[in-house]
Design a protein around this ligand. Sequence first.
Ligand code: PA5
Length: 444
Amino acid sequence: MLDVKTFHMDSFIPMPYEEALAPRLKLAQEKLQKGNGAGGEFTGWVHLPRDHDKEEYARIKAAAAKIRGNSGALVVIGIGGSYLGARGVVECLQSPNYNLKKKDGPNIYFVGNGLSSDAMGDVMDLVDGVDFSVNVISKSGTTTEPAVAFRFFRKLLEERYGREGARERIFATTDCRRGALKALADSEKWETFVVPDDIGGRYSVLTAVGLLPIAAAGVDIDGLMHGAMVMMERCAVSGYECPAWRYAAARYQLYRDGKSVEILGCFDPAFRMMAEWWKQLFGESEGKEDKGLFPASADFTADLHSMGQYIQQGKRLMFETVVRFGPSARQFSVAPDEGNGDGLNFLAGRSMDFIRDKAAEGTLLAHTEGGVPNLIVEAGERNAESLGQLIYFFEYACGLSGYLLDVNPFDQPGVEAYKQNMFALLGKPGYEDRRSELEAKLAR
Ligand code: PA5
């Protein structure tokens, strides 16, 4: 059962804070549960584990089975909330090396999450001679990066299988009514899945947005949804028995006491893309109106040999939240060596998990002694059930945190600035005046 431990940050906080923050958390809780706070029209994810569309859920499973049956690769096209969760879960539960492993399911390639021609070309090469399907994901249906990538991969599919054959291999996840992708999908009769109106991109991993690619990779989505449901029930209770309250209160208090960066760390490299998902979740939800913790991540122990120096002795602006998983699925122990040339016999008989756990304890003590408060999220065994709990926990804590900060945790107005400039510079009709203005600035 997921738990949050705050012992290693309490000494950094001058006054008890939980009692003082409880009334504000209670208000934030009501806003999430009733959907009547800022951005309340985007709180559909709060009851999603219970209220999701069961007919669509069955179609997701059927589509995943079809892809697993007829494709050696699934190309997943999307960016931001239409990308990070699926990749995070696949890598966390199946392995960052999933595509290199022997398996019954398809390789999963993610494209449309940037504008690199070379990155896209690599995936085109990888599907050359391989039967593949495409899942194009965009809630708005108009985001440039995935739309451009989809043009290329749709053409590849149609050249390979014809328009009829491609129809069997294109799955579009988008709004149920609006957007260019929805219109295209309807006219081409591709199978579509819905991003519900009341769920924004970064809270959508447990909708078809995440579930279709995750199921196609062979992950147990029933376990994931069940874990989320368990956490949904724990978070429905107002009070500090809800782990999201403990996490939201602790990080908010650290922020008020002057911390400006939160580093999400984990001693399991399979978690790296989940940390990227978490960064988007908190960064887009809190970073507005000149407020918010900057969400960073660290991959331990690798980053102890790079960012570890800064964390230990650099500017004292951060705290760490460390996600800990329980015993690994595969156990390896260090064998004794007669010559002991490497001097490692003191570890003979010790498991990799034991060594990892001692490294984690040593790091915790070093960092807290170096002035970096630590929060610990005990996530349990690394499996679908626990990850479902962890995802919902972070989403709920993020909603609470946004309301504690007095911002709308469900919009992202700042994302528009680069888009407007890009459209103008690319010559999109309607942006002519802005284009001349921007080109003049660039020519300086
Ligand atoms: O959280 C969000 O809403 C954004 O990060 C979106 O997910 C991202 O911009 C992609 O948008 P769309 O799914 O409309 O293509």
